[in-house]
Design a protein around this ligand. Structure first.
Ligand code: C5P
Length: 239
């Protein structure tokens, strides 16, 4: 995989035109664009088709977390839209993840569609170990919880997980090669942490075993976003 294939640019903007302009501007350097709740809700599902028409892939980041039947139906709808990857919360449980995976496989076979990669969100990179314990009531350590949820995603037949790069090597050891690790919370040296708590630089993340890096503000809030992408791709290449 080349450097540009490992970088996922988060289109964290609210307007369709703005998102499309970003895709046009960066499509020679980025293969996958992430569409999250803000853009999807404000511009509608057609944004996926628009990006695909420009020859680029979409990571639909809507983090489904609901009863198995509802998540399966949403997953089928996402598959029909033509997304390259999408995610569900691993804390939705084994049955939810399994039924989601099975429904996607079934609809792809029946309708001859490309099967999207399904990723389980472990613990959000904005959650600290203190919050995990005091607010969410999880008694064991953050790393243990991430390992547990990653193992559950693997058991359910998902393709990989979303986690902090800080947990990548532990997930790799636990879930093996071929299990995708997608890491947000990436902070190039020039970026402030913002609301993210468990961050790493692009180079560190790749060295820890991340397959894909999701980056939003580190690129979009840089005075020269193209320069930021070049620097990040260089870090990925030299990691
Ligand atoms: O701007 P920044 O690089 O922090 O953006 C990270 C992106 O990754 C955001 O769109 C955020 O919603 C997403 N994300 C995350 N943590 C997860 C899953 C997705 O930060 N566990």
């Amino acid at each position: 995989m080349s450097a540009g294939e490992k970088l996922i640019l988060a289109l964290d903007v609210s307007e369709r035109n703005h998102a499309i302009e970003l895709v046009k501007r960066f499509k020679d350097y980025v293969r996958i664009f992430k569409v999250g709740s803000e853009l999807f809700i404000s511009s509608g599902s057609k944004i996926v088709e628009d990006i695909n028409k420009k020859g680029r892939k979409v990571f639909l980041d809507l983090k489904f977390h609901d009863i198995p039947n509802t998540v399966s139906k949403a997953a089928i709808a996402a598959t029909r839209l033509g997304v390259y990857m999408f995610n569900v919360h691993a804390s939705g449980g084994l049955e939810m993840m399994r039924r989601c995976r099975d429904s996607v496989v079934e609809v792809c076979l029946k309708e001859n569609l490309d099967r999207p990669k399904i990723l389980g969100v472990t613990v959000l990179t904005s959650i600290s170990k203190e919050v995990l314990l005091s607010e969410l009531g999880i008694q064991h350590s953050l790393r243990t919880h991430v390992r547990h949820l990653s193992g559950l995603a693997l058991k359910a037949g998902l393709d990989g997980v979303i986690a902090s790069a800080r947990e990548s090597s532990m997930i790799r050891n636990h879930c093996g090669r071929g299990f995708l690790i997608v890491t947000p919370g990436i902070r190039p040296s020039w970026t402030p942490p913002d609301d993210q708590k468990r961050t790493m630089t692009p180079k560190e993340a790749i060295r820890e075993g991340a397959d894909y890096l999701v980056i939003g503000r580190g690129i979009l809030q840089h005075p020269d976003p193209l320069k930021a992408i070049e620097l990040i791709n260089l870090e990925i290449l030299t990691a």
